[in-house]
Design a binder for this molecule. Structure first.
Ligand code: G3P
Length: 494
């Protein structure tokens, strides 16, 4: 059943060549250029993706514009029904999609399964929440000099053709978080999955298609960022961009996008502040969970811990112990593996290793791990790290957490606030009042008190400031971001 459902996506070769979806048909590009998708687990080629041409992109965007109006004309109930069916099919194919996701990005099986099921829940929630979107009506006599003659009827309307660019670390969930709100609010979508994650993304496209997304309303283009990224982002036919990826690419994309709405989630580099009254065990456990899920390849991962020396000396040994107990590096297909599988590529792992070694040379002490084997990095803990070390200063997408000893919490706040990132932070304290007052001083999107940072629950607002992004995601917030206000003013002199 599952195999037939996804048959159109590829040819019969082993490994297969995957097609792109032009909005109505699965096609191999006229281009003769292909990119292999290589599993980070054993470097096996899982397939190759076709690189679409600029001409094919132009045609797909033009067709999407034509199709969008009719899609927006459907009722929100009709569009929601398509989403609910897509969610059902994700659940029905969960085991197949989980296996695919594990092999494509090396995510441990339990975390991959969570990603798939969370995506289905998210789609349902978007469809429910869209039913409650509403505009408003404003009278004119609330402003000096105006009588009651004018009434502004303010509707929410779709933006048009949305470009959705998803990252490798959550190729299903961070695609759903873009596609579902864009589609249910009546937009057409040009979707570009990441290279590692493209196969999962194409499967997701097929699910939406078979659930009833009409011709040309959802297009899936494949190719590398270098081949088609800039062309898509700067394309005059794109009305809005929703993107998750690195701060570097985000800043570049924002620079060439032109005057259109942007919803960007970029790098994180999130700190944890440990206060002298925090519970040692609970704090250590949250730090371990926060640092190592999906081998630290999450923009919401904890990357460094700030505290006074006595507090670090109290908490760090527990973090080391709990890491040894609860985190198990290994093949992500094995149920024995806990959180830490391979990094996405060997060059990514080499970069993480280089930063660990550079930190050690500069005076940091490796308390655990620090070893690379191929594209695996052992869960690593550094003590005596400094804010100017690359491993702390630049988001390190790997299973590493660095402890920094500060003189006082003012210094900790200063370190967080001078970072070029501003996604999330965590504070650990027994006194909620102190936690809230400290949270108010931190220049980041969200502060968690006594919890690891994270994106969900997915209806919470999720945003980054500074190099960490622009705009607000979260179920209701994403629906707003995918629409604009359309005031229609009635003038009816009395
Ligand atoms: O890495 C991106 C971010 O969306 C991760 O989400 O749910 O693991 O915090 P989560």
């Amino acid at each position: 059943m599952t195999a037939n459902f996804f048959d159109d996506l590829h040819d019969d070769n082993t490994p297969p060549t995957y097609r792109w979806f032009d909005g109505a048909k699965w096609k191999t590009s006229v281009n003769s250029h292909f990119i292999p998708v290589v599993s980070p687990i054993d470097h096996a080629t899982l397939g190759r993706i076709t690189v679409v041409t600029h001409g094919e992109i132009d045609t797909a965007i033009a067709n999407a514009h034509l199709a969008q109006a009719a899609w927006a004309d459907k009722t929100v109930m009709e569009r929601g029904k398509v989403l609910h069916l897509a969610a059902d099919w994700i659940r029905e194919h969960e085991s197949y999609l989980t296996t695919l996701l594990v092999s494509e990005i090396g995510k441990p099986t339990d975390e991959a399964k969570d990603e798939i099921l969370r995506s289905a829940d998210m789609i349902d929630y978007f469809a429910h929440e869209a039913l409650h979107m509403k505009g408003e009506q404003l009278p004119s006599d609330a402003f000096p000099g105006y009588d009651k003659s004018k009434i502004s009827i303010i509707e929410r309307v779709p933006l048009g053709v949305v470009l959705a660019i998803a990252p490798f670390n959550y190729p299903v969930n961070l695609s759903v978080s873009k596609l579902a709100p864009a589609l249910v609010t009546g937009n057409a979508v040009i979707y570009k999955p990441p290279t590692n994650g493209a196969i999962s993304g194409l499967h997701l496209t097929q699910i939406f298609r078979k659930a009833g997304v009409p011709d040309h309303v959802l297009v899936a283009v494949t190719g590398s960022g270098e081949d088609i990224g800039d062309y898509l982002v700067a394309h005059p036919g794109i009305d809005m961009i929703t993107f998750t990826g690195s701060s570097q690419i985000g800043k570049h994309a924002a620079g060439i996008a032109g005057m259109i709405p942007l919803l960007f989630e970029c790098g994180g580099n999130n700190p944890a502040l440990v206060l002298n009254d925090c519970n040692t065990e609970e704090t250590a456990l949250e730090i371990v969970k926060g640092a190592y899920s999906f081998a630290g390849q999450r923009c919401t991962a904890i990357k460094y811990v700030l505290g006074l020396s006595p507090d670090i000396e109290r908490i760090l040994p527990r973090v080391v112990e709990l890491t040894k107990q609860k985190i198990k590096m290994g093949d992500p297909r094995s149920p024995e593996t806990k959180s830490v599988g391979p990094l996405i590529t060997e060059s990514a792992a080499k970069e993480v290793e280089a930063r660990i070694l550079a930190a050690e040379r500069a005076g940091a002490k490796i308390m655990l791990g620090g070893v690379r084997r191929g594209n695996y990095i052992e869960p690593t803990i550094l003590d005596y790290a400094k804010p100017d070390m690359e491993i702390v200063r630049i988001e390190t997408f790997g299973p590493v957490v660095s402890f920094i000893r500060v003189k006082n919490m003012e210094e900790a706040v200063e370190i967080v606030n001078r970072s070029t990132y501003g996604l999330q932070a965590a504070i650990y304290t027994a006194d909620e009042g102190t936690g809230i007052r400290l949270a108010q001083k931190l220049h980041v999107g969200t502060v968690w008190i006594n919890s690891k940072p994270q994106r969900g629950p997915d209806h919470f607002p999720f945003l980054g400031i500074k190099g960490s992004g622009v705009g607000v995601q979260g179920i209701g917030y994403s629906l707003e971001a995918m629409t604009r206000l359309k005031p229609i003013v009635l003038n009816k002199p009395q």
